[in-house]
Design a protein around this ligand. Sequence first.
Ligand SMILES: Cc1cc2nc3c(=O)[nH]c(=O)nc-3n(C[C@H](O)[C@H](O)[C@H](O)COP(=O)(O)OP(=O)(O)OC[C@H]3O[C@@H](n4cnc5c(N)ncnc54)[C@H](O)[C@@H]3O)c2cc1C
Length: 430
Amino acid sequence: MSETFDVIVVGAGLAGASAALTAAKAGLSVLVIERGEYIGAKNITGGMILTRVLQDIVPNYWEDAPLERPIQHQRIMMTSGERALEIDIGNSTFLNPPYNGFSVLRKEFDQWLAGKAREAGALIVTGTVVDDFLYEGDRVVGVKTRRTEGNIRAKVVILADGVNSLLARKAGLRKKYGHHDIGLGIKELLALPAKVINERFGLTGNAGACYAAIGDFARGIPGGGFIYTNKESVSIGMVVQPQALAEQRVTADEVLERFKARPEVARLIEGGKLLEYSGHLIPEGGYTAMPKLFRDGLLVAGDAAGFVVNTGIVLQGMNLALASGRCAGETAVLACQKGDPSTAVLSRYTTLLEQGIALSEMKAHKKAPEFMRSPRLFDQYPDLLNNVMEQMVTVGSDPRQSLMRMAKKELGNVKLMDVVRDALMGVRAL
Ligand SMILES: Cc1cc2nc3c(=O)[nH]c(=O)nc-3n(C[C@H](O)[C@H](O)[C@H](O)COP(=O)(O)OP(=O)(O)OC[C@H]3O[C@@H](n4cnc5c(N)ncnc54)[C@H](O)[C@@H]3O)c2cc1C
């Protein structure tokens, strides 16, 4: 391939497809290079995609996107011993267009979105690894692939190669991840008939539910479990801190098995036939751990740029991948129109990210990673809340205490100052 493209996008995940679609729609020549044998082969999620950004990128996306279920119920589960406290945030309007979020399976979904980029004119090549960049002086002017005659030139390169982005490191945009900047996600896909899913999760028709769970099944490892209902399957998994696993000599599988063995969880997945097992890293360092987002001729989007917000209740990666990919695509259009892919023009990327949701979400939840590291959050607080709620629903022979007295008594060995500090941090972080 000796052609020069306006834009080369590395990676055909959601960030890459969104960037390619935006640039191709504006009439640029776009090449997408994906290392997977087919689109979607390497892409993993829990997962629910929040769909506001998707609606902007593909209006009325629900008419032909391969979606699983619109999520009507978002449930929080806190386990402690024999008890499990569940909170249900349900909204029936989430079942109507433009919806709030859908459960998705990435193989189908990524192929659909990449198909939209292809329809807009982007050329997509799979089974090809990009290893390095072509430079002219300090400026990136293309990529080196592992194919023979695999050097290809472009005016702008967009890196959307996911969490491991060795290329962002090669380009000097990011350093090695710190221990706290990375989460490990593992997931099982279990087949269950739609009727059984509806009965067990209390759903009707195609409505969906998801769970975010924390508690004693993790035995102090920061992180939590998730469950998402699909049409005819259930996604179940964990996101945990690899460093804590290593320190406690526990595997992520062991934590997942303990989660699956909880009676409240076991009844939801009983008889589910294992269809897929997958694992993947997640950049969880948040705003302060983000790399530089551009240099001459190069922009970085999605997980490669650390665009993930994890509040323990909602994990936003796909949404921000779409949003940042779109901004990268728009910036590339501007650079090509001006014939100037220098940092002076590419700095417009930051402005676009700030005007949209990508950077504002990252900034709004800047303190979430620190909050999520509190060991009390995953262990002591679920216990405390379960104790208080249990007392509220149990009438014994002793005189009834006020809620405040119960809470004070249950604080036990959790220091009041820590609770106040965590509460304040939680309010700021979430
Ligand atoms: C277990 C788990 C649960 C999650 N749950 C949720 C959820 O519920 N909601 C949510 O919004 N997010 C969730 N996320 C996060 C979300 O999946 C990611 O944020 C999102 O996939 C990022 O998209 P991306 O396009 O940036 O990267 P990716 O989807 O990782 O795509 C990167 C692409 O680049 C390709 N690539 C990499 N290197 C090269 C190379 N050198 N040359 C060519 N191609 C290359 C890869 O093959 C891949 O296709 C979850 C993640 C995990 C692991």
